[in-house]
Structure formats: structure tokens, C-alpha cells
Ligand binder design. Structure first.
Ligand code: ADP
Ligand code: MG
Ligand code: MG
Length: 308
């Protein structure tokens, strides 16, 4: 917990959900800034305990263990996230799919572990969001195939950032930035100026490829550099095509700008999988969202609303 305040701003970083969280809040009352910052981290921690697939007792891990054998009653919160995820799957023709984890769980990036082609083939049919039976009347979930696994890594950080902004607002904060990994949301502006949100150069950690001025908005970036390993010159990274069970290589980075982080997060992952043309095509059809894509040749592409 590193706290360093100056003037009426407090900027704090923290680590949870397997990523770095950054919170910047403005308020005259230092105690309130401190309280607000702590409330955000507590919320992130709560979401991690509930939805992490690395924590065996989490609600999501329990669902993964039991939902093929028995219909499982879940929290309204998990149910709603699964419904939202299924809606994004429909919208993206299955490019975004939380059941990617049916194969995705076989990868371990820090250990350079990947499944064989045979293992992928055995499990690929379990990647299909339509295998999740979601019953609204009793908030129950059943998996229709024994190999189904769900992971919310493609939306949970965006969801957490949205919740954080709600908490800050409810405490009377009017200017803030919350970032969780690649997901950033801004509350208000930076006192008369926009916030400047960077898109990292996918091949140079210390460099920003693009800087975007934003206020009262949000942006999420998905890149092939967050979690990956290389073997024989091939990059195996954490964004998996539901069609192949393998990472995709048409683009290096996708950023989505839109009002809410949960959608930006899911759509950035989806557009990454869809690739340049289909991905930007999708975003051009959604008036609330814009996209910035770096392709595999490191050329930049922008959706029509960004006026290139
Ligand atoms: P980050 O984890 O850096 O925020 P993303 O928002 O792009 O990056 O999310 C990538 C994560 O999404 C992966 O680590 C994995 O948990 C999950 N994921 C990977 N492929 C898919 C997919 N096709 N659909 C949904 N989620 C996915
Ligand atoms: Mg995402
Ligand atoms: Mg994300």
C-alpha cells in the first residue's frame, strides 16, 4: 500500500486480480480521499475473492466444479455477469466467450505450459457460451457439457473499475481515475483539463504508442504483451480464439473507448480475436464505442468516429 499525496490529489497503487490497480482521486478533504481509495481497493479485493478461478473457494471456482453435475444457484451478481457475457458473445459472433477457459485453463504463461493439439481438439467443443444454461427465475446455472469451464478474466477488471467509480461517486468524489491493468475509467476531468490515458507500445514496456485525452469516459486495452511466453519464435498469449483454442496474431493491441469499462473490456478482447477488419467493422456499427487498433505490422487503425 503506497500512499503519496500532494495538494488535493491522492494517487495510490495496489495489486490484486493478478494486476496493478491505480486510483487517483481529487478532494479537499484528505480523510475522504483516503477513505474513498480504501473503499475502491476493498471492492477490488471482494471481486477477486468471488470471481477468481485461482481461488478454489471462489463462487466461480465452485460453479466450475459443480455446474455439470448439478444446477447451481448463483449470486445475482455472477448471474448478471454471465448474462452480459452471453450478450457480448452474441454481438461478437462468439469472438468473446467466457467458456474460452474450457481450453484456456490448459495454458500457464508463467510456466510456459500449453496444451497439445490433441488436447485442444478434445476440449474445443466445450467452448460455446450456449452450453451455459442460465435460468432467470431462480438464478441457476447448468453446464451442458462436462468439459465446460468459465473464466471472467475478459470482463472482471472492467466490471471492477465500473463499481469503483460508482463507489467514488457515492462518497462525493467528482474527479478520479481508476485503472485495473488495461482498463481505465475517468470520473469527471482533471480540473479543467482532460485526463491523458496512454496505450502502451506492445513491444516496448516503457513507451506509450498513443496518448488519448479523455474525460468522463473510459478506455480498455487488450494486448498480446500482458501475459505470454515465446517458444521457437512463436508468441503464446492470453487472448484465445474460441474457434481454434489458440492465441491470435492479426493485431498486437486493441483499445476501445466507451462510457462503461465492463463493455470496453469485453469488446477489446472480442475485437482482438475478430481481427482488424471484422473488429473495426463491429465498432463502426456501435455509435457509443470507438476503437484504436495496432496491427501486426504495427500500423495504427481508427474507427470512423475518431476521424482519420
Ligand atoms: P487484460 O487481462 O490484460 O485486461 P483483456 O481484457 O484482453 O486483457 O482480457 C484477456 C483475458 O480475457 C484473458 O486473460 C482471459 O482471462 C480472457 N479471455 C481470453 N480469450 C477470451 C475470449 N475469447 N473471450 C473471453 N475472454 C477471453
Ligand atoms: Mg477484456
Ligand atoms: Mg481487461
Amino acid at each position: 500500500f503506497s500512499l503519496n499525496s500532494h495538494a488535493d490529489w491522492q494517487k495510490t497503487d495496489y495489486s490484486t486480480m493478478g494486476t496493478n490497480i491505480l486510483v487517483e482521486v481529487y478532494h479537499k478533504d484528505a480523510a475522504l480521499r483516503e477513505q474513498a481509495t480504501r473503499a475502491v481497493f476493498a471492492e477490488m479485493e471482494r471481486i477477486n475473492q468471488q470471481f477468481s478461478t485461482y481461488i478454489d473457494s471462489s463462487e466461480l471456482s465452485q460453479l466450475n466444479q459443480n455446474a455439470y453435475k448439478n444446477r447451481v444457484i448463483v449470486s445475482k451478481e455472477l448471474f448478471d455477469l454471465l448474462v452480459l457475457s452471453a450478450e457480448i458473445s452474441e454481438l461478437t459472433q462468439g469472438a468473446f466467450d467466457v467458456t474460452y477457459a474450457s481450453v484456456g485453463y490448459l495454458y500457464s504463461y508463467p510456466d510456459k505450459v500449453k496444451p497439445s493439439d490433441e488436447e485442444i481438439q478434445q476440449r474445443l467443443s466445450a467452448i460455446d457460451y450456449r452450453l451455459l444454461e442460465l435460468k432467470k427465475d431462480d438464478l441457476s446455472v447448468r453446464y451442458k457439457n462436462p468439459n465446460v469451464k468459465v473464466d471472467l478474466g475478459g470482463v472482471a477488471k472492467g466490471y471492477a473499475v465500473d463499481n469503483a467509480i460508482k463507489i467514488l461517486k457515492s462518497l462525493g468524489i467528482e474527479h478520479a481515475l481508476v485503472t485495473a491493468g488495461g482498463d481505465t475509467r475517468l470520473l469527471g476531468d482533471r480540473l479543467g483539463k482532460p485526463w491523458i490515458v496512454g496505450i502502451r507500445d506492445p513491444r516496448n514496456r516503457d513507451k506509450q504508442a498513443v496518448l488519448i485525452p479523455l474525460a468522463e469516459s473510459a478506455m480498455s486495452t487488450s494486448g498480446d504483451y500482458e501475459r505470454y511466453f515465446e517458444e521457437n519464435g512463436e508468441r503464446f498469449h492470453h487472448i484465445i480464439s474460441p474457434k481454434t483454442g489458440k492465441s491470435t496474431h492479426e493485431v498486437q493491441s486493441v483499445s476501445i473507448i466507451g462510457p462503461e469499462s465492463v463493455y470496453n473490456d469485453a469488446l477489446s478482447t472480442a475485437v482482438f480475436v475478430m481481427g482488424l477488419e471484422k473488429g473495426i467493422g463491429l465498432i463502426n456499427g456501435l455509435p457509443e464505442f470507438e476503437a484504436i487498433v495496432m496491427d501486426k505490422q504495427r500500423r495504427m487503425h481508427y474507427s470512423s468516429g475518431l476521424g482519420q
